[in-house]
Design a protein around this ligand. Structure first.
Ligand code: WT7
Length: 647
């Protein structure tokens, strides 16, 4: 028997709509197979061709890949600049095209053309240089989701200063820890940002962080977002507008080595202390540019809306770098999905004629819970492609997304990747792949995922741990300042194979089904079960909005399953419902997956990126104190409420 038992079966199949496939960049399974075969036959030649197609190289590279496990270097000898690739390349032909269509939460709007974006980036880049920021110096970015966030990232890239974006929802403490770890020299922030009708006090948080001590930060740049005027600034603070006013609108890019650090992005690990994932320039640029076109089929007239904040890797790769290198128009929306009303997303899509929507399963389930009346009020026919990312999507949510949002006409791409992978690795190609609800389907050409059992034997069909067996250009290079953690975390299982931390299953067609993090897999009475599968079964009950399943130590079974469930509006949380849900899971999966306990909650504890914090739920389920870091928790009161239910 394989290491993991998976019992959920899904038999629906959705071929690409012919009208979509006819116009797609990649149109047939033959295209896909040919690309895979070419990549495998001569990887160096194939990757070299991809790199030369995707990027302008100021100096050509001489070596495609140097792989000394666990360290990879790509496109050695090459010099490039991603700000140049995202902006300057387009100016001659597409200078007046909108790069960014911004909408603030209060409803204010601003279009930024490629020419304007280029000028703003150059001004800020010059200003950073004037402040003494040199190639290699780290710059912190703590901004709302406003055009200045993209400007700041690209200005850093322009001068070769690695940026470290900290999501605006993080606290002063979290910001301080990340800035200290990165040893940032300058921090770029704003007076505040809008979220759910309130001002997020970013500058106040920055002052709080610095008061706790971030000795390396010499200057804080403050953009104006919320007020008519900025508050009185302190000695170490300078207004963005004043700083850039005198700067020229052109700036010679720093031509950096392909392996020059582009950014550090902090992500949570199993220990609770955030780790700084380091990405470099050339390989990351090649892969985010290429995957933006392959997976999202980007065309010149697309309006692309990836709803992620730039504080997450999705916002780095598929709001800023990938789409802009493809000269796309991206939508940037500052605020909450339900402000001022539950139909804000659908209203935005209708008004901006969004053609491609890329969002998270947790958002989709939240919208399902709110009911289909909200999307039904709007004309969503501009949409032609839907994407999801971040966690396994349960088939019911996938179907709802496809039918209610996509009108049954848009392919759905369930894209698997990680902060560490830099870009999408496993995903349908929308004009090619027959999709199955809940499966991320097949690896992209050039990517080699494998499922291995405990003895590191390949599992061709069945479940196990998910590894990537060959290096790829956008893989993380190390954990900033902690190469030992990099080695242990990703190459500790096997010295030459990248371990994703995920469990996955491969079906008879070679499709990948991500089960979830391996630490979310529990062993119940000798059966290893993906908690995501049990959750999926629960959520397929029409009364359930969201579910999170964790293991609790149990004398008899080793582990007992505890399900935390939120119900749809108006559903009474009665003992009858508990019985119904247990019966439902038994029916959907089998008695082995039947929860031992179902606890109804008003909300589940989540990170701002929407990930359910199962670590906290495991503590609640086990009745123990929370030991780890809770700085990524969106709303601490959710945790308190779950605990109060205990008493
Ligand atoms: C983890 C990475 C990469 C952008 C957002 C998350 C889970 C991600 C999928 C998917 C099933 C997924 C995995 C992965 N995950 N995409 N399509 N299907 N699971 O980035 O915070 O680095 O998290 O998210 O468990 O390891 P991240």
């Amino acid at each position: 028997m394989s290491e993991f038992s998976t019992v959920l079966s899904e038999t629906r199949r959705f071929p690409p709509p012919p009208a979509f496939a006819a116009k797609a960049h990649l149109t047939s399974m033959e295209d896909y197979r040919r690309l895979c075969a070419e990549a495998d036959a001569d990887p160096d030649a194939w990757w070299a061709a991809r790199a030369n197609e995707e990027l302008h190289w100021q100096t050509p590279f001489h070596t495609v890949c140097e792989w000394e496990p666990p360290h990879a270097k790509w496109f050695l000898g090459g010099k490039t600049n991603l700000s140049y690739n995202a902006l300057d390349r387009h100016l001659a032909t597409l200078g007046e095209k909108a790069a960014i269509r911004f909408e603030g939460e209060p409803g204010d709007r601003r279009d930024v053309t490629y020419r304007q974006l280029h000028a703003e980036v150059c001004r800020l880049a010059n200003a950073l240089r004037a402040l003494g920021v040199k190639a290699g110096d780290r710059v912190g970015i703590y901004l709302p989701l406003i055009p200045e966030a993209a400007v700041a990232m690209l200005a850093c890239a322009r001068i070769g200063a690695p940026h470290s974006v900290v999501f605006g929802g993080f606290s002063a403490e979290a910001l301080r820890d990340r800035m200290n770890d990165a040893q940032a020299k300058v921090l770029i922030t704003a007076d505040g940002g809008w979220r759910k009708g309130q001002v997020v006090p970013l500058l106040e948080n920055v002052r709080g962080a610095l008061a706790h001590g971030v000795p390396t930060i010499e200057k804080v740049i403050v953009a104006q977002r919320t007020g008519a005027a900025l508050p009185a600034l302190r000695e170490n603070e300078v207004a963005w507008s004043a700083l850039v006013a005198a700067q020229p609108a052109t700036c010679e890019p720093e031509w950096v080595d392909a392996e020059h650090p582009l950014f550090i992005l902090y992500t949570s690990g199993s220990t609770g202390t955030p780790k700084g994932v380091l990405h470099t320039t050339g390989g990351y640029g090649v892969w985010t540019s290429l995957t933006s076109r392959w997976v999202f089929d980007l065309k010149p007239d697309d309006i692309f809306w990836c709803t992620a904040d730039v504080g997450w890797v999705t916002g780095h790769s598929y709001v800023v770098y990938g789409p802009l290198m493809n000269a796309a128009t991206v939508v940037l929306y500052e605020g909450a999905p339900t402000t001022p009303a539950p139909d804000r997303f659908w209203d935005l899509i209708e008004r901006h004629r969004v053609t491609i929507l890329y969002t998270a399963p947790t958002a989709i389930r939240a919208f399902m819970r709110l009911g289909e009346a909200h999307p039904k009020k709007h004309d969503l026919t501009s949409l032609r492609l839907l994407g999801t990312v971040g966690e396994p999507i349960n088939p019911e949510a996938w179907m709802w997304y496809r039918e209610t949002i996509g009108g049954g006409r848009c392919p759905v791409v369930d894209t698997w990747w990680q902060t560490e992978t830099g870009g999408i690795l496993i995903s349908p190609l929308p004009g090619v792949t027959i999709t199955k609800p809940g499966s991320a389907t097949l690896p992209l050409p050039g990517i080699h995922p494998q499922i291995l059992d405990k003895q590191h034997r390949e599992v061709k069909e069945g479940a196990g741990k998910l590894f990537i067996t060959k290096p790829w250009p956008s893989m993380l290079r190390t954990i900033w300042g902690n190469d030992a953690r990099f080695k242990a975390g990703y190459f500790g299982e096997h010295p030459e194979l990248y371990f994703t931390g995920d469990g996955a299953r491969r079906d008879a067609d070679g499709y990948f089904w991500i089960i979830g993090r391996v630490d979310d897999v529990v062993n119940v009475a000798g059966h290893r079960l993906g908690t995501a599968e049990v959750e999926s079964a629960l959520v397929s009950n029409l009364k359930v909005a969201e579910a999170a399943v964790v293991g609790r130590p149990d004398e008899l079974k080793g582990t007992a399953l505890v399900a935390f469930v939120t119900v749809k509006a108006g559903v009474p949380t009665t003992p009858e419902l508990v019985a119904e849900l247990c019966a439902h899971v038994t029916k959907e999966i089998g008695a082995i997956a039947r929860p031992d306990e179902i606890r109804f909650a008003v909300a589940l504890p989540k990170t701002r990126s929407g990930k359910i914090m199962r670590r906290l739920l495991r503590d609640v389920a086990a009745g123990t104190e929370t030991k780890g870091d809770t700085s990524t928790l969106e709303d601490l009161s959710v945790l308190a409420a779950l605990r109060n239910d205990d008493e």
